[in-house]
Design a protein around this ligand. Structure first.
Ligand SMILES: Nc1ncnc2c1ncn2[C@@H]1O[C@H](COP(=O)(O)OP(=O)(O)OP(=O)(O)O)[C@@H](O)[C@H]1O
Ligand SMILES: [Mg+2]
Length: 254
């Protein structure tokens, strides 16, 4: 069993070129898909009357700030992207269905951010959550029946839905079903460090270089470590527009 996370960074290109199904067909094994898509929202912000808001953590990690109206727009856009993926696959005879309601998250009550003077300050956490659970049963049942569940990074927490990190959502989906592999498809063909692509690494090495890795890839590496700790055997980070054989492979131990 395999989980694929399709990065928002490549989604539109994927759907425009209409070649997502070729990647899925080549795998020839049960797959669940988790998708991102924050930048779809940013690219079409005007049509949603939305002004992107971002915050930076003291560790330098930049994330979307989700107030109430952002949450609603984010959820609508994620549903839209999800439908586009499902339709795209169905059109090519691949059975895919939307799966909602499996992710549980804890709302971040407060966020520590860096303000414009580079000073730490605490703000209300808004409607962002940290994924803590993914229900394996609906995912497994759909996969066993030959369907591809397509999962958006929207979770439930407290009495609200929450915007969650899609990489971490993918890690929890993969970990909960004990997937053999988790593949992050993104717009770079793997992890670069000191101007070289890292072809293979174990989690100890990844932890040792994490602080030198930039936005976007840092979250993928943290999610990779979580997935491997939950029992996934191998994580791959690669680009569908390069040779899929390349990319970065991460395991608990090499
Ligand atoms: N050391 C690094 N190696 C490779 N990519 C890096 C590195 N540091 C930062 N990056 C950035 O990480 C980006 C990929 O993550 P990003 O979050 O932008 O895409 P995604 O996860 O595919 O999309 P989304 O977050 O919308 O789902 C690359 O485009 C690259 O600019
Ligand atoms: Mg990302």
């Amino acid at each position: 069993m395999k989980v694929i996370k399709i990065g928002g960074s490549i989604l539109e290109k994927f759907l425009e070129n209409d070649n997502l199904y070729t990647v899925i067909e080549e795998l020839n094994e049960p797959v669940a898909i988790v998708h991102g898509g924050g930048n779809y929202l940013d690219n079409h912000a005007d049509s949603f009357n939305y002004s992107p808001k971002f915050v930076t953590s003291p560790e330098g990690i930049r994330s979307r700030y989700t107030d109430r109206s952002t949450l609603e727009i984010f959820t609508m856009v994620m549903n839209l992207i999800n439908q586009k993926i499902v339709l795209n696959l169905n059109r090519h005879g691949i059975k895919a269905v939307t799966l909602n309601g499996i992710l549980k998250a804890r709302r971040k009550e407060r966020l520590i951010i860096l303000n414009e003077n580079n000073r730490k300050m605490a703000i209300d956490g808004g409607y962002t959550g940290r994924v803590e659970y993914s229900d394996p049963i609906p995912v497994r049942n759909l996969m066993d029946a030959g369907y591809i569940p397509v999962i958006s990074p929207v979770a439930f927490g407290g009495d609200s839905c929450l915007n969650v990190d899609a990489d971490r959502a993918a890690a929890y989906v993969a970990g909960s079903i004990k997937a053999d592999t988790l593949t992050f498809l993104t717009n770079v063909n793997g992890l670069y460090y000191e101007d070289k692509i890292i072809e293979k690494a174990d989690t100890a090495y990844i932890k040792s270089i994490l602080k030198y890795i930039g936005n976007g890839m840092d979250k993928k590496l943290m999610a990779s470590i979580e997935a491997l700790e939950m029992g996934v055997k191998q994580v791959t980070i690669s680009s569908p527009f390069h040779n899929l054989e390349n990319g970065t492979v991460i395991c608990n131990e090499l």
